[in-house]
Design a protein. Sequence first.
Length: 565
Amino acid sequence: MAKKESTSPSNFIKNIVEEDIRAGKHNGRIHTRFPPEPNGYLHIGHAKAICLNFDLAAEYKGLCNLRFDDTNPTKEETKYVEAIKEDIHWLGFDWDDRLYYASDYFKILYEYALKLIEKGKAYVCDLSPDKIREYRGTLTESGKNSPYRNRTVEENLELFEKMKNGKFENGKCVLRAKIDMSSPNMNMRDPIMYRILHTKHHRTGDKWCIYPSYDFTHGQSDSIEKITHSLCDLGFEGHRPLYNWFIENLEIFPSRQIEFARLNLSYTVLSKRKLRELVEGNFVSGWDDPRMPTLSGLRKRGFTQKSIRDFCERIGMAKAESLVDIALLEHCLREDLNKRAQRVMAVLNPLKIIIDNYPEGKTEELDAVNNPEDASMGMRKVPFSKEIFIEQNDFMEEPPKKFWRLSPGKEVRLRYAYFIKCEKVVKDAAGNVVEVHCTYDPKTKGGNAPDGRKVKATLHWVSAKQAINAEVRQYDRLFSVENPLAEQDDFKEYLNSDSLKILTNCKLEPSLENAKSDTQYQFERLGYFLIDSKDSSNKKLVFNRTVTLRDTWARIQKAQKSDKK
């Protein structure tokens, strides 16, 4: 089993922030930012960073910016900008008037580049991309200087001006920082600051044909916005010396970068590039496919912002990478939905039950509890009649031992209704059970026998006459192995073939005919479900299963406590 993060870790970042406040650094001012690239949709890993940055600023009465690091026009689109803003608002956060773009700073960054050239700290390099990689060296071998490294300041200024004015085609040359080709840190081996891209930008249009690299943009944007604490995942740890080098040589505001472990979640992948592969390869229906770990996908599946924020708080901040069990995320969701989801009855794989001694044509309205956890949610009426549906797996003609549900001669309780007893089975020509004939005890209305006899099973059901038809999509984990990226093969080889099952003959109680798209329901004994507002219509109801009722995480915690005793 993979190592799991604690559910109550200390937050080392808060310790750093509090020490800076005590020391009077930046006059006690706290300013963070969330800086996504608008080249895809946000996923649950980004939620961790969003909660960290916005909650940290709020806790210490500071500010948090939203900044789009939009430096690659070949992959960035306005639709991603809007989707990201929607996701952040859905999580419950707002940036007020502090919405920025790295593209807002293109002119300033260009002037920064000129300053480094004038100081002899940057040069135009004509090496091809392949040659730049070759000259860069390896982790065990030093790189070697570009033959263009010693161009004069005047020549570099002239060439950089020509790059800006569109005099060169894509890939002809780049602007590089002049640092140290023998540095053990590969990021310090004369990194690229600018490259030529004759591509229209989603905000600046055709104004620029040179674009700053992410490494040259990210840290300087933090400095321009006077971000006090630049919180990044561990992937940026090796880039921190480079960001500090730029700060020192440009003599600009010294943002402090602090790295934390990124979120790794079992049975999924949290890489925007790999998620894009799934979308573009049609392995999923889109970025908002309910199997995807994107916030739009989780929202469509029925996850709540409260459960995601609770999850992010529980996993906390750590310095070491680890794999978090997806069961914890599901547990946070169940805890939230159990308190407020309305209970209803639905039969996903229907088997018809005919109650022979129930009056023909009669329909009763029985009282049902909307949520036993919240009495204020009240009661509802459910119809009961001679013919009902139960789940196929709630009946067995030849049951094994300890099968307490319905079988020949066996008596069970129907939720909110009566005791029924199986009397006869009807099969089709192929030998499949198509209906079961039962009798009911009218004295057991409400589910209790006046003579005190007990039954060991309570079944959910739906009255056949009033049942409404629906399609139910049962979603499961996206991958069949705990850590698909740890495997030797292509991660897509481990996609779970059973991650989606579509049931088209489901029977629901009539109260769901007017189900609301923003309301979660617990289908009793089956799980939590949300109507798919995109695919549902007046002619067809579609529900997505959010999560089952089986709480794996709670059982794991119970077992661990038992082991400690």
